[in-house]
Design a protein around this ligand. Structure first.
Ligand SMILES: [Fe+2]
Length: 282
């Protein structure tokens, strides 16, 4: 766990991006470079890298395939250098880089996250981190909980709407189980899916002076406890394609997983409050 403070303006954008898997032939290089350009050109942007920047895995890993390794950057160090080079244009926007599963699995051979963070001169994240966003007046705007994550969200429902709902429910449940109560946004990577769960502002009635009034539940995001239904939840996607060059099979294809949208999540913050979230599909 790492606790990080970041100063921000009143109106800004937060990008959650990760699971790039540099070094795999299934890495979506065009999409990843476009994502970096979008963040770089957005002068109000801050970004968090959600882990799995490199694909490097041990040859005894059940997902390892020699023909899936990009010959231009086959080793963890070369993949880390390539990642740092690609992220260089947004080094001022990046708040931190979280440890992902692939970086964590390499701990016996060195620290990929440390290598990239030192090259970019950014704060080194851990597997999960809490980031407090503060205004230039030092006042808290809101906090977020971010983790690389270790679980996926599955559904076998036949109806696409039901499938999406089931995955959203699982995402909220997994993140809520981390028990942090004072965060406005809870987000994870790892599952290679783009998902958003918006806050629910439920209707409630009050009586006043002989009248019945309608109201909606809401919370200030600076409070010690933010009701779980009033938080935002997100799964931050990936830049890993199920299908690459013809004549090869990725582990996603071998395992029979559904293809997923590639891209990142963008939050819009107005007057210090997250007001919208969208998938940036690339
Ligand atoms: Fe990943």
């Amino acid at each position: 766990m790492q606790l990080i403070n970041q100063t921000v303006r009143r109106d800004w954008h937060l990008y959650l991006i990760g699971d790039a898997h540099k070094g795999s032939i299934y890495h979506h290089d065009d999409g990843f470079r476009e994502a970096v350009s979008i963040i770089a050109e957005d002068r109000t942007s801050k970004a968090v890298f959600m882990g799995d920047g490199v694909d490097a895995k041990m040859s005894d890993n059940r997902h390892f395939r020699l023909d899936a390794v990009n010959p231009k950057c086959p080793t963890p160090l070369e993949q880390a250098k390539d990642l740092a080079r690609t992220l260089k244009p947004i080094q001022r926007n990046l708040v931190t880089y979280l440890v992902g599963k692939h970086e964590s699995d390499l701990h016996r051979f060195g620290d990929v996250v440390e290598e990239v963070c030192e090259r970019l001169r950014i704060v080194q994240g851990t597997y999960s981190s809490i980031i407090s966003f503060l205004g230039y007046n030092k006042k808290l705007q809101f906090k977020i909980y971010v983790e690389h994550g270790c679980k996926v969200m599955n559904s076998n429902a036949a109806d696409p709407h039901d499938r999406e709902k089931a995955k959203q429910k699982a995402l909220k449940s997994q993140l809520r189980a981390q028990q942090f109560g004072d965060v406005a946004i809870m987000a994870k990577g790892h599952a290679h899916q783009l998902l958003i769960v918006e806050p629910t502002h439920e209707l409630y009635l009050t009586t006043n002076g002989g009248e019945i009034k309608q109201n909606y539940v809401h919370n200030a995001y600076t409070q010690d406890y933010i009701h779980p239904d009033l938080r935002w939840y997100a799964c931050t996607g990936c830049f890993y394609k199920k299908y690459g060059e013809l004549g090869t099979s990725s582990y996603v294809e071998t395992a029979g997983y559904s293809p997923t949208e590639t891209g990142m999540i963008k939050f819009t913050i107005e007057n210090g409050i997250p007001v919208a979230a969208e998938k940036v599909i690339l």
